[in-house]
Design a protein around this ligand. Structure first.
Ligand SMILES: [Zn+2]
Length: 418
């Protein structure tokens, strides 16, 4: 059971109902003074209590009988010194190295929280975070994690909704690796989060990565935000800018929502409430038509036929479906045709929200169509990373410090290689 504790041996194990105490020590060894090298006589031992990986509900404490020595050399400044076993515990730590690794694994894979893990280890939130943070910092500082990125996504990310004077910028810019593996799959990972949502935020980050990194980026995916495009034009001149499908489909969905709310207000004079025909169909309107059940179809039809004015909602919904269909087309050439049809029709639509989306897409024409010329970047990866960030943002709502938040999100969304 003491795998990973190769440098110490077990002296005794005491079991109680909900806890276990394991006493460990290192075998005797001759010790020289770290400063002068003179062989140092023992000064006895002291007991150091460490928190170790729990076994289910059983808390495990390691009592380390830590050796102490004293340098006998008169002129040496060292005096008394204590044994260090870095594979067991960090110099001033109270949580074993393997418990720290366990906690990091739980945070990453089990969607655990620091608070929950701290409880299981019987330490404070801060004690656990203090032990974890340097490990995450070391991983985050390792530039080799940026190697091999060919396809790079960028995305706005809302960190908090609080006061920016108290908590700093609300928006962060997130960089996502969208590179395919040999099998053509994308395992998206969050590469970084930097404060702000601007050309500068992205351009500075790209600049810091160095020429070799930038030269390898062939595809730069982005949401339709001019600042990011400007950064790509500046720093990734040779890459093809592609509008991220996830964000474009989201724009279409947002238009349907807007039209539904406007028509709702116009026809009833109030926001949607129970009993209104347009109330409660938001989820149906957001889904792809191909996923709707018969029951959902019936509900949608009933709602849209309830009033002639609802025609506008139907048209907006169809437009959003057309946009989706372009991305979902099996054949990229077919998809491109559908996309061109969107570009040639939306901006003249009598529904103002649809026309506005049409104008946006026409402004982004090249990047919009580039999706169909770059072998498609499907929705899944960006969506998956956003979903993980969203989940962990809720789990980690206590993070008021950007550095801590960044490390936590990088761990959650695959940015750190452990
Ligand atoms: Zn000495």
């Amino acid at each position: 059971m003491l795998l990973g504790l190769s440098e110490v041996s077990v002296e005794s194990v005491e079991r109680a109902e909900t806890s276990m105490t394991v006493t460990v020590s290192t075998p005797w060894h001759r010790m020289g003074c770290p400063d002068c090298g003179v062989v140092a006589p023992s000064r006895g031992r002291r007991r150091r209590v460490l928190h170790d990986v729990p076994h289910g509900d059983v808390r495990v404490r390691l009592v380390w009988r830590q050796r102490m020595w004293r340098c006998p050399e008169a002129g040496c400044p060292r005096g008394t010194f204590t044994e260090q076993v870095p594979t067991l515990v960090a110099a001033r730590g109270s949580i074993t190295v393997r418990a720290v690794a366990w906690a990091i694994g739980q945070l990453r894979r089990e969607h655990a929280t620091i608070a929950g893990l701290a409880r299981r280890l019987a330490v404070s939130w801060w004690a656990l975070w203090r032990a974890i943070k340097p490990v995450l910092e070391r991983l985050a500082g390792d530039e080799s994690r940026f190697a091999g990125v060919r396809s790079l996504g960028v995305d706005e990310h809302i960190w908090h909704h609080g006061d920016r004077h108290v908590r700093g910028p609300k928006e962060l810019t997130g960089m996502v690796d969208l590179t395919r593996d040999e099998k053509g799959r994308v395992r998206a990972r969050l590469l970084d989060l930097v404060p702000g949502r601007s050309k500068k935020a992205y351009a500075d980050w790209l600049n810091e990565r160095g020429e070799a990194f930038r030269a390898k980026i062939a595809v730069a995916a982005l949401d339709p935000f001019g600042g990011y495009k400007a950064a790509i034009d500046d720093q990734l001149a040779d890459a093809t800018a592609v509008l991220d499908a996830f964000h474009v489909v989201k724009l279409g969905t947002a238009v349907v929502d807007e039209v539904r709310r406007r028509v709702q207000q116009d026809t009833t004079g109030h926001r949607g409430r129970k009993g209104d025909p347009l109330f409660g169909i938001q989820t149906i309107l957001r889904a792809g038509a191909e996923h709707l059940t018969d029951k959902q179809w019936a509900r949608l039809t009933r709602a849209l036929e309830a009033n002639d004015a609802h025609e506008e909602v139907f048209v907006a919904w169809q437009c959003a479906q057309d946009l989706r269909a372009a991305y979902h087309a099996r054949d990229l050439a077919d998809g491109r045709k559908l996309a061109e049809h969107v570009l040639n029709s939306f901006h003249t639509c009598p529904i103002p929200e649809v026309a506005r989306l049409g104008r946006t897409l026409r402004r982004w024409r090249d990047a919009f169509l580039a999706y169909f010329d770059t072998g498609r970047q499907n929705n899944g990866p960006t969506e998956a990373v956003n979903g993980l960030i969203e989940l962990h943002r809720r789990l980690a709502r206590g993070y008021r410090n950007y550095d801590n938040y960044r490390l936590r999100m990088l761990l959650a969304a695959g940015g750190l290689t452990t």
